[in-house]
Design a protein around this ligand. Structure first.
Ligand SMILES: [Cu+2]
Length: 163
């Protein structure tokens, strides 16, 4: 019986592991602006129109030249702000920044649970296609790039799924 159970577990692993890896790869197509690589592009899914929703991304810069993210936009929102949660006061406060630095040979991690997120103000979920919305990110040096962000019910889990 034990042998049979192990065989069953092995079979389950054999069937699920490759498909999980494939699903992870299929989740995101590569996107880049010049030398900057944009991955882990996720957006909090909501059904209701007119909400403010958060989006996240990891931007990697392999070059010795720093850059700056200076604007984000989406046909799915009235505007997109670069929000930073300021916890220095009595209550957490969302501050809208003008730009975020992408360090040389480093990364800008707009990560769930961190102080940073894109805030899509007045989000319209009807613009989404195939579980994705397209955002445009503009960098001071690298210029503009359009990239799809995957809708998710759990941003932290979606981000972590790339690990
Ligand atoms: Cu915000």
């Amino acid at each position: 019986m034990l042998t049979r159970r192990i065989a069953t577990i092995a079979l389950v692993l054999l069937l699920t592991v490759p498909s999980m890896a494939a699903a992870r790869q299929a989740l995101e197509v590569p996107a880049s602006a010049g030398p900057l690589d944009l991955s882990r592009r996720v957006l909090r899914h909501v059904e209701e129109t007119g909400q403010d929703v958060a989006a996240y991304v990891r931007i990697r810069n392999g070059t010795p030249v720093a850059d700056e993210l200076i604007a984000v936009s989406c046909a799915c929102a009235q505007r997109v702000e670069l929000h930073r949660i300021d916890r220095s006061g009595e209550r957490p406060n969302m501050v809208s920044d003008a730009a975020w630095s992408v360090p040389a040979r480093g990364e800008l991690a707009v990560r769930p649970g961190s102080p940073l997120h894109f805030m899509l103000i007045g989000y319209d979920p009807s613009v989404a296609r195939d579980g994705k919305v397209r955002l445009m990110l503009t960098f001071r040096e690298a210029g503009s790039v359009e990239a799809d962000f995957a809708l998710t019910d759990d941003s932290a889990a979606a981000w972590g799924a790339f690990d």
